[in-house]
Design a protein around this ligand. Structure first.
Ligand SMILES: [Zn+2]
Length: 349
């Protein structure tokens, strides 16, 4: 058994609309673990089916007939190799801020039925069939903490967390366990993979104009809680569009102005009648890692190639564009971590 102590940096979204006492399990914890494990396994060349698709695995008497992800997470006929007990986290009122009246209207409609999220400290007890698999799950959780977010609606800023008791030796062992379990190479180009990925983490001064606006007099959605200030739930503005002191900012707006609608839809998704595609780009809320920090962090990550080719012999360097935009609008801001998926220590050999 391994006990993992988590601390949330931004609230975690719960899937159960207004249940009285949602738990970390209701946030889709298992779904997140599986999603990131799949993306990791694919980057290392292993096979991972999409459990929501028609081609998902089914165990038919031979372990090698099911993919790497199903071997650990289970599928029809094959039991999951671990269980997780969660305790802790408190219900916190759902609260968002924005600088735009239009966004405020949108967000009120999107989050109309949801009044709560989860915030605070949690303990996860992971018990697997063997110690190596516990380490694999710890390594996956650590990966999510560094490069993504936990639960649903991470594209809306939810689900940032730290592991407070990270045992790096066990993470290392988890890493080498995953590597040694993958020998053959499978082509999974069309599914989310850490080889088609990037992550940029920014640090922004708490005296910047933008932070000052959100801390003093923003437009709000929902009820503010005591956690406000530890995090600033404004990811919608950063991902789409905000305007402070007559100056607009926001990534979708920026890409649309420079590269047009088609390119922008490839990155940010679209929904037209029957055809829909989710966003490939995720933006966290602003958060402090510690109460005494004089700055905020936020992360931008994408399950998309950081070099997006749009025409023959031409590609857009997404990381460069995002950093350029952030540094011009979020002054003073700096990218403290910036890597393409293939550069991550977990993926490179
Ligand atoms: Zn599978």
């Amino acid at each position: 058994m391994i006990e993992v102590k988590l601390r949330t940096l931004t609230p975690i979204w719960t899937g159960n609309v207004d249940r009285d006492s949602p738990s970390l399990k209701d946030t889709g914890l298992l779904g997140s673990l599986r999603f990131w494990y799949e993306a990791w396994v694919r980057a290392l060349g292993g096979s991972a089916c999409d459990p929501t698709s028609k081609d998902k695995c089914e165990y038919k008497g031979k372990k090698i007939s099911i993919c790497h992800a199903c071997q650990l997470f289970g599928c029809a006929g094959w039991a999951r190799k671990f269980r997780i007990e969660c305790t802790g986290l408190e219900t916190s009122p759902l609260f968002l801020v924005t600088s735009s009246k239009i966004n405020q209207g949108w967000l009120k409609r999107i989050f109309e039925k949801q009044h709560n999220a989860l915030f605070g400290q949690a303990s996860l007890k992971i018990t697997a069939d063997d110690k190596d698999n516990e380490d694999v799950l710890l390594a996956t959780l650590s990966l999510i903490s560094k490069y993504g977010g936990l639960g649903a609606k991470t594209q809306h800023g939810f689900g940032q967390f730290l592991i407070e008791n990270l045992d790096t030796k066990r993470v290392e062992n988890g890493l080498s366990t995953i590597r040694s379990s993958i020998s053959e190479k499978t082509e999974n180009a069309s599914k989310p993979s850490l080889s088609n990925f990037f992550i940029s983490k920014f640090k922004i001064d708490e005296n910047s104009v933008i932070v000052d606006y959100y801390l003093t007099n923003p437009l709000t959605i929902g009820t503010s809680s005591s956690g406000y200030g530890k995090y600033i739930p404004c990811s919608f503005d950063i991902r789409y569009k905000g305007e402070i002191q007559g100056r607009s900012f926001g990534l979708r707006n920026y890409f649309r102005e420079i590269y047009g609608t088609q390119v922008t839809e490839r990155i940010f998704g679209y929904g037209k009648g029957e055809s829909r595609q989710g966003s490939k780009l995720f933006v966290s809320h602003l958060y402090k890692e510690n109460n005494f920090d004089k700055f905020y962090y936020f992360k931008v990550w994408g399950f998309i190639s950081p070099k997006l080719s749009t025409k023959p012999n031409f590609s857009i360097d997404l990381r460069e564009e995002i950093i350029k935009h952030m540094q011009s609008r979020f002054k003073p801001a700096q990218a403290v971590f910036d890597k393409a998926g293939y550069e991550l220590e977990e993926v490179s050999k």
